[in-house]
Structures are given as structure tokens and as C-alpha cells.
Design a protein around this ligand. Structure first.
Ligand code: ASP
Ligand code: MG
Length: 406
């Protein structure tokens, strides 16, 4: 098999950890596989570099930030290659450019456009283990770019797709994807297998094990992923295309997000074009709106609209909304920062009914008031008072029997 192994920051966090990575690569080779390694910067390194730039400037040029940040991954790639050579394994480190990872020109959040991987393929055929610096590429004009925070996951998945690898293993400091945050529910169970779609919902809902873009990429190119710990030999969680087994499970996981705020516009005239006007202004400001609820107007003249935005964007969103409110002659706005979104996710919902009802019932039994609801084919989300987040997660985990296993 050809296996791409990606090691995150804590997995290469010290020279001791790097030697442990080399041991694991050696073992994987002994089992008869070809291995390509992708590494993150050593834990804390990227933050440290950002801090250094911040000590000099409040707004360092993004081009310079990219060259600066890309160096963190180069250090760990070279050290890992040194550790492999020390074990008698032929290994060579590669920068993004040497791999031929070509991106667009969006500094600090570039998108991969193509990967040639000529030198990497050659190295594999000559019996080397390529060790690739994650998180980086270059533009057509050889400018260094980075792929956004957590971008080494994307490097690994994209390289796996380009090489037609059989498997992409993502090594981190947790044992896999859990049914919910074990910090809230100690009985949370590690999932053996989950679909890309479910993983995307869980990741974008705040269960930050994998970078969201890397999961989208894996789904698009059907790259089988395994999320597992570099600190143990446990098998981890397989992230793959949906299959028949997965449908049998009603709910796979409970996610929560405490990082949103709610804005309500009161007394909005009930006529065409209002929502278009409001959400266009918000979108133009680059703010991503998550949930939207509009009430039916009881008097036929005016209605209320509520929506949620990421908490860091709330001030900007309020400013824009206030302008629109003035123009439209709405009554005013109110802001709620004490909200949390709690969601249940599972492909089984596609074929089972009553899942949402059970969620609402579970909340009702605890006296938890639901402020907003949204659903998709594989997810039901409720906005509730943030002080009930942990309780809500615990009772849902229990109600859907997630601790027990299939
Ligand atoms: N080092 C980068 C970061 O901290 C990329 C990564 O680790 O995936 O975001
Ligand atoms: Mg990461």
C-alpha cells in the first residue's frame, strides 16, 4: 500500500516526538508499505511566529507572513528526515514548492490549484521516504503561500489524491472522532467509522479534529482518511464514503458551538426584497450567516427576522444591520451573545423519522428553551441559552444511546 501519514504539531512537538514519528514510519515500512510523510510545524511554532511579527507590526504584509509561517513546517520536515536517516531509512524533506503544490495568490488562505509531485514520485520510486512540509505552496510566479490555519491536513489529503494513495492517516493527539466532546461527556465513544458528510458537519460545528477544507477535498477525490493518535497504537476513526452500516445508526454524534451570536430585527416590513437587502449587505462584508429564522407576520404588515453570525464578527454585523434597519424603517434590533448551537448529526436521519422530535422532547424534559431550529438531511441544530450547553450535550448523548455502541 501507499500510505500518506500526516503528523500534527503535538506529534512533532519535540525532538523526542520526532524520533517517535520516525519509529512509526519505520514500522509502517517494515510492514511492506510505501510511506509519504507530511508534517505540521512543531506545536506552538506558528503562533510564536505570528506573535513575533505582531511585536513589529499591527498589520504585517501577508506576503511576508506567508514566508515567515511556512518556515515552521520546513523545520519539522527537515528534522523528521534527519531522524529517519538516523534509523537507516532513506528520507528526503521537501518544501511545498519542491512538491509542485501550485496555489492561487490569496496569501495566508491560498487554494491549491494543482500538484505535480514529480520529485516526490521519483523519490518514492528510488526507495526514499519523502517528508513534506505541510501548509504551503507557491503561486505560478513562485511566491510562497500558506493554506490557512490547520492547512497541513489539506496538504496531506491533496498529496494523497495526487499520488493515488491507498490511505491518508492523520496523526494527532486524540484517538479519533468521538460521539461528542469527552470533556463534557466522559462516556463519549470513539467512532470506528464515519462518513465524509458527517465529519464535515461535526468539523464545521466545532469538533475541530480535521480542517474542514481537507475533509471537503477528501470527499471530492474519495481519499479514505484515518484520524488516529501518534501517542498510542489504537486504530482511530475511518472517514470514508457513506455505506449501508452507517444508515443503521440514527445519530452518530452531538456537536456544539458556543462561538456564535444572534441578531434579531424587530418589526421588519413584510414585503419582497427585505431579506435580500439585509443578507446581501452582510455577505458583502464577508460575514458568514449560519441560521436564519423569519416569523410569519401576524398582522400582515411586519415580521421579525433572527440570524446568527460568528461571535468575532458581531460588531461589524450589528453596524451593517443597524444601517439596513434605518433604511427599511424596522423597529429596532436586539443582540444575544449568550447562545450556543447544539446539533445532532447522522446519515441515519435520511431514512428514519422522529429524530428531531426526540431531540426537542429531550430538551423539553430538562426545561431547555429552544430559540432557533434548523435542519438538513443529516443534521438537526437548535440554538439555546449558552448556560445549558453542557447539560444539553449530555442529555442528547444519553437519549440517543451514544455511549453504548452499535
Ligand atoms: N502550522 C499551521 C497551523 O498551526 C498548519 C498546521 O499545523 O496544519 O495552523
Ligand atoms: Mg491540525
Amino acid at each position: 500500500m501507499l500510505i500518506v501519514q500526516k503528523y500534527g504539531g503535538t506529534s512533532v512537538g519535540s525532538t523526542e516526538r520526532i524520533k517517535a514519528v520516525a519509529d512509526r514510519v519505520a514500522r509502517t515500512r517494515r510492514e511492506g508499505n510505501d510511506v509519504v510523510v507530511v508534517v505540521s510545524a512543531m506545536a506552538g511554532e506558528t503562533d510564536k511566529l505570528i506573535r513575533l511579527a505582531g511585536e513589529i507590526s499591527d498589520s504585517p504584509p501577508e506576503r511576508e507572513m506567508d514566508l515567515l509561517l511556512s518556515s515552521g513546517e520546513r523545520i519539522s520536515a527537515a528534522l523528521t528526515a534527519i531522524a529517519l536517516n538516523e534509523l537507516g531509512i532513506k528520507a528526503r524533506s521537501f518544501t511545498g514548492r519542491q512538491v509542485g503544490i501550485v496555489t492561487d495568490t490569496a496569501h495566508t488562505r491560498a487554494r491549491i490549484e494543482k500538484i505535480t509531485a514529480t520529485q516526490v514520485k521519483k523519490a518514492i520510486s528510488e526507495g526514499y521516504v519523502p517528508v513534506i512540509a505541510g501548509f504551503q505552496g507557491t503561486t505560478e510566479t513562485a511566491e510562497v503561500t500558506t493554506l490557512g490555519r490547520g492547512g497541513s491536513d489539506l496538504t496531506a489529503v491533496a498529496v494523497a489524491a495526487a499520488l493515488g494513495a491507498d490511505l491518508c492517516e492523520i496523526y494527532t493527539d486524540v484517538e479519533g472522532v468521538f460521539t461528542t466532546d469527552p470533556g463534557i461527556v466522559p462516556e463519549a465513544r470513539k467512532l470506528d467509522k464515519i462518513s465524509y458528510e458527517e465529519m464535515l458537519e461535526l468539523a464545521s460545528l466545532g469538533a475541530k479534529v480535521l480542517q474542514t477544507r481537507s475533509v471537503e477535498f477528501a470527499m471530492k477525490y474519495n481519499v479514505p482518511l484515518v484520524v488516529r493518535s501518534s501517542f498510542s497504537d489504537k486504530p482511530g476513526t475511518l472517514v470514508v464514503m457513506e455505506d449501508k452500516d452507517m444508515e443503521k445508526v440514527l445519530v452518530s454524534g452531538v456537536a456544539y458551538d458556543k462561538n456564535q451570536s444572534k441578531i434579531t430585527i424587530l418589526g421588519v416590513p413584510d414585503k419582497p426584497g427585505i431579506a435580500a437587502r439585509l443578507f446581501k449587505s452582510i455577505a458583502d462584508a464577508g460575514i458568514v450567516v449560519d441560521m436564519i429564522v423569519q416569523n410569519v407576520s401576524s398582522d400582515g404588515k411586519s415580521t421579525d427576522i433572527s440570524f446568527t453570525v460568528p461571535r468575532p464578527d458581531i460588531q461589524k454585523a450589528v453596524r451593517i444591520t443597524e444601517e439596513v434597519v434605518q433604511d427599511l424603517g424596522a423597529r429596532g434590533i436586539s443582540v444575544d451573545n449568550n447562545i450556543a448551537k447544539v446539533s445532532i448529526v447522522g446519515v441515519g436521519m435520511k431514512t428514519h423519522s422522529g429524530v428531531a422530535a426526540k431531540m426537542f422532547e429531550t430538551f423539553a424534559e430538562q426545561g431547555i428553551n429552544i430559540k432557533m431550529i434548523s435542519t438538513s438531511e443529516i443534521k438537526v441544530s437548535c440554538v439555546i441559552d449558552s448556560k445549558y450547553t453542557e447539560l444539553a450535550v449530555r442529555v442528547l448523548h444519553d437519549a440517543f444511546d451514544l455511549a453504548k455502541g452499535d
